[in-house]
Design a protein around this ligand. Structure first.
Ligand SMILES: CC(C)(COP(=O)(O)OP(=O)(O)OC[C@H]1O[C@@H](n2cnc3c(N)ncnc32)[C@H](O)[C@@H]1OP(=O)(O)O)[C@@H](O)C(=O)NCCC(=O)NCCS
Length: 367
């Protein structure tokens, strides 16, 4: 039987400090009830470390889960639109930290669709025989691009990392089909002009270019249509109907987008995994974090038919249909933790608020 890419390990690393809806009420004209009703989000995480630190811990956890050493890897792909540096890539920094001396490594930017695009790459490389064991990490330190006094964007996004190990198998499990697409003509709906998040990411960059420009309503409509259409094409390619799907693990953009898109697909909420409540939208990290949470929560059984689907800046979209393999319990556990912090959310946001303050000079001061 032909080789396929199957998930054999998963892990996540979310920073401990939370930004709650109550905190946001102190920063802009919003309220807890509105945010919960319109997005399903109660809090998001703000990182006190670099994104590469989050990626490293998620990767070590996924490797332990798969029972692999870093030297077993042939390839590392990091999906991110907020890399710590543009060059060298996060993937090569990670390769060095892990000691994955046999692995090729590169970053991939397809915004929130990055994990799906990465999985498509892995599928091709495993099916062609180029790679046998691949680590994919989705990581974002999005808070750098958030102007927390802009209620249109600040309520949605958070930091985090998720990692998945794919291995070649001829068991019949693994990725069955992929759908990818892009429409650059609509790229203006989500734009970050300046980036590179290491250290003091604001130095030398103007605030109006650093903050996320975002057309929420336009994105909402495109996302609902795009996710439903893409997942439908992937299911057709796999020769499956929606009623044969055991679990959809969608990009966690907004609980209402997920609900509308999966209803269009004919899949009821009980077969959809949602963990947006305490993480917000973590862009490329959201699907691998959700895979780890779903696996750890016992939502994945051997042989389950799983759909991953995402939509993001670019604009880009993609879906993957996979038959889950035998691994539903981790082989091992990595015990490491992030360096602890006693910084409050206000400590972590201090330089951010100061940086974006000129854009709010005519508004009342923060509460
Ligand atoms: C941003 C988003 C949550 C806004 O939700 P929405 O239901 O479209 O809300 P609207 O923009 O229609 O605004 C509705 C009302 O709430 C107000 N409002 C907007 N943001 C608000 C906020 N944060 N708090 C309180 N009120 C808010 C608006 O001013 C408007 O008031 P009005 O009716 O008096 O004019 C939603 O459009 C969205 O999630 N878009 C896609 C997001 C996304 O995840 N993109 C990335 C994809 S990877």
């Amino acid at each position: 039987m032909a080789k396929r890419a199957v998930v054999t390990g998963w892990g996540k690393c979310v920073p401990p400090t939370t930004l709650t809806n109550a905190d946001l009420e102190r920063l802009c004209d919003t309220n807890d009830q509105w945010i919960i009703e319109r997005t399903g989000i109660q809090s998001r995480r703000i990182s006190h470390v670099e994104g590469t630190d989050l990626a490293e811990l998620a990767a070590r956890r996924a490797l332990a889960c798969a029972g692999l050493q870093a030297t077993d890897l042939d390839l590392i792909i990091v999906a991110t639109c907020t890399p710590e540096l543009l060059c060298p890539s996060v993937a090569t920094m990670l390769q060095d930290r892990l000691g994955a001396t046999e692995a090729a490594a590169f970053d991939l930017n397809a915004a929130c669709s990055g994990f799906i695009y990465s999985t498509a790459n892995v599928t091709g490389m495993i099916e062609s025989g180029f790679a046998e064991r691949v680590l994919v990490v989705g990581v974002e330190k999005l808070h750098v691009a958030m102007d927390y006094r802009d209620r249109a964007t600040s309520i949605l996004f958070g930091d985090g990392a998720g990692a998945v190990v794919y291995e070649a198998t001829d068991s019949g499990a693994g990725v069955l089909s992929v759908d990818l697409g892009a429409d650059g003509s609509k790229g203006g709906t989500m734009v970050v002009r300046a980036m590179g998040t290491r250290g003091d990411p604001y130095w030398g960059k103007p605030p109006e270019e650093t903050r996320l420009h975002f057309e929420g309503q336009a994105v909402f409509k495109i996302a609902v249509q795009g996710i439903a259409a893409s997942a439908t094409r992937a299911l057709e390619r796999a020769g499956l109907d929606a009623d044969e799907v055991d679990l959809v693990i969608p990009h966690q953009a907004n609980a209402r987008i997920i609900d509308s898109a999966t209803r269009k697909l004919g899949i009821e909420p009980g077969r959809v995994f949602v963990n947006i409540e305490n993480l917000g939208n973590t862009a490329a990290a959201s699907i691998p974090i959700a895979i780890a949470d779903a696996a750890d929560a016992g939502r994945l059984e051997p042989g389950d038919m799983v759909v991953l689907t995402a939509f993001g800046g670019g604009i880009t979209w993609g879906s993957v249909v996979m038959r889950w393999g035998d691994r539903v319990q981790p082989v091992g556990v990595h015990e490491g933790e992030l360096e602890p912090t006693d910084a409050t959310i206000w400590d972590l946001l201090e330089s951010n608020l100061e940086f974006y303050a000129p854009l709010h000079a005519d508004e009342p001061p923060v509460n």
